[in-house]
Design a protein around this ligand. Structure first.
Ligand SMILES: Nc1nc2c(ncn2[C@@H]2O[C@H](COP(=O)(O)OP(=O)(O)OP(=O)(O)O)[C@@H](O)[C@H]2O)c(=O)[nH]1
Length: 294
């Protein structure tokens, strides 16, 4: 996970070093006798808690917009609290307002960014919960759940298609596939490949609509069943999904996410649909490398 957030971590570390350096450069050390150690304890603890939050975010969260808000919020708060602690040890010239601004301005923006992050996180959780609730009744049916990604399996997709066919539903399938995944496995190891599949599943789940059902069809191929969705809407959804996945899973190796939309008519046989999924031709797209850390 850490490697996903390298740039953010580097920028935050740099800002903290610059903040500390400014305090030391512009300030005069206070005599030990006038230092308020209760303030140091209180502000120091807050600073450590903010740093702890930052570490939690980079160690637990995948790359996403929500992660960016959370990270930005914590970084700004950490910066403010660092200067807050340092001004217990350094006194700045009366006319110099810079340190006071640097200490107080980032904090409210940090709280705002953190709030946006938490709201986004709640939204993400709601979507995942809805998906989880809708499959509660089949959780015990092992053959319907893929053990690696916890998504529905191809067997479940088959059952679902049969149900939709019986209800004479016209629907579209969105097929996602990682091109070059076997090379990625060879290069980074199967465990890293597993992690990539899991991240792809989690991100896709959080981006799809509540009624869509995402299944792992086989290996690196996923199928989302899009009920009551016309071809144009399905294509738009597919583009949005690809754009977001490329954005949040991209770090620079030769794995490419490809997609195709397959319209399915109510009279089509299930084995024919499965053959079409296996042999689908993907949309030609610009190279957009997708990787996860080894
Ligand atoms: N890490 C991991 N790899 C898997 C898993 N299941 C299948 N694979 C690997 O996924 C790869 C799928 O093969 P292909 O579909 O040919 O992969 P590809 O290199 O992306 O080929 P194209 O999609 O044709 O570009 C194989 O190398 C499998 O060993 C899994 O659960 N975990």
């Amino acid at each position: 996970m850490w490697r996903l957030h390298q740039i953010k971590l580097a920028l935050t570390s740099l800002s903290l070093v610059i903040g500390a350096w400014l305090a030391v450069w512009l300030g005069q050390p206070k005599p030990a006798a006038i230092i308020d150690w209760f303030d140091v304890l209180g502000e120091g603890t807050t600073l450590l808690v903010c740093l702890g939050w930052l570490l939690l975010i980079v160690s637990r969260r995948p790359k996403s917009q929500v992660t960016n808000w959370l990270f930005l919020g914590c970084s700004l708060l950490t910066f403010s609290y660092l200067l807050d602690v340092l001004d217990e040890f350094f006194r700045y010239p009366e006319h110099l307002r810079l340190m006071s601004w640097l200490e107080s301005i980032p904090a409210p923006f940090g709280m705002l960014a953190l709030t946006l992050g938490v709201l986004g996180w709640l939204k993400e959780q709601r979507v995942i919960e809805r998906q989880l609730q809708s499959r509660e009744q089949v959780l015990r049916e092992h053959q319907w759940i893929d053990p690696l990604t916890q998504l529905y399996s191809a067997a479940y997709l088959q059952a679902l298609l049969q149900r939709e066919q019986a209800a004479q539903q016209q629907l579209n399938l969105l097929v996602l596939d990682l091109k070059g995944f076997s090379h990625y496995n060879r290069q980074h190891g199967v465990a890293a490949g597993d992690t990539l599949l899991r991240h792809l599943s989690e991100l896709s789940l959080s981006l799809l609509r509540p009624a869509d059902v995402l299944c792992r069809f086989a290996g690196d191929r996923f199928v989302a069943l899009l009920p009551a969705t016309g071809p144009t809407a399905a294509e738009l959804l597919a583009l949005h999904l690809k754009h977001q996945l490329d954005k949040h899973l991209t770090t620079g190796s030769a794995v490419q996410l490809q997609y195709a939309v397959l319209p399915v008519s109510p009279s089509e046989r299930i084995d024919t649909i499965f053959t079409r999924i296996e042999q689908v031709r993907f949309q030609p797209s610009q190279p957009s490398p997708v990787t996860q850390p080894a």
